[in-house]
Design a protein. Structure first.
Length: 223
């Protein structure tokens, strides 16, 4: 003879007459901040010489960025490496010298000067430019707006299902699980150079901020 555990009955009761839906919300926003990696790569047969040259050009680069109005606190070392360089001849490794790499991460609040920052860096010795990224200082606020849309989307789906199968839906979900936050470029960043113009044009496009939820609703048969 099997006697059902009361906890099993409660669990079974909770799982009956239940709808499970997912909801998604997304908004497009203009980025208001950016970051770019700028660096100096120096090669020389002598390590001390490579380091000295790299330091001179690196300091000149930093000074030029500060002269543009970028705060020193918004410039930080992203990577610093010293590597031996080799050539290969008929399977033999031949020492060529050293390569010193100093990469800076530069944060920019004024998006209108990104192109000018890149051009100024190159004019002052930077030979490495990469990883231009755009973001917003109000990410949390925008994400919460997307989250509201996701919850409304889940509620709308639950109501549609309930109306279709002709049941009475409790509009308040018994469980809501938040998904993973996603922020991605809405448009690919573009870099354009026009002949006769000294400034590189960098277009930030838009950011797509997404939110998702999983929600469970109780319903009752009608009549």
């Amino acid at each position: 003879m099997y006697i059902q555990n009361p906890l099993d009955r409660n669990t079974q009761f909770l799982r009956t007459n239940m709808l499970k839906v997912t909801g998604e919300g997304e908004i497009n926003v203009q980025p208001d901040t950016a970051s770019v990696n700028l660096g100096v790569v120096t090669e020389s047969k002598e390590l001390i010489s490579a380091q000295a040259q790299n330091s001179i050009v690196g300091n000149k680069l930093i000074d030029s960025l500060i002269a543009l109005g970028i705060d020193r606190n918004q410039i930080q070392t992203f990577d610093y490496r010293i590597e031996p360089n080799y050539d290969y001849d008929q399977g033999k490794q031949i020492f060529r010298g050293y390569k010193v790499t100093h990469i800076l991460e530069v944060k920019i609040d004024d998006l209108s000067i990104i192109g000018k920052v890149v051009d100024t860096a190159v004019q002052n010795g930077a030979n490495y430019v990469a990883n231009i990224q755009f973001t917003t200082r109000f990410k949390d606020s925008y994400y919460q707006q997307a989250l509201v849309l996701a919850l409304n989307n889940a509620s709308s789906k639950a109501k549609t299902i309930a109306n279709t199968i002709r049941v009475s839906l409790n509009p308040t979900p018994i469980l809501v699980t938040e998904g993973t936050e996603q922020i991605q470029p809405f448009e690919l960043q573009q870099v354009a150079s026009a002949k006769g113009f000294s400034s590189t044009q960098i277009l930030p496009g838009q950011l797509l901020i997404k939110a998702s939820v999983a929600a469970e609703y109780k319903y009752q048969p009608i009549g």
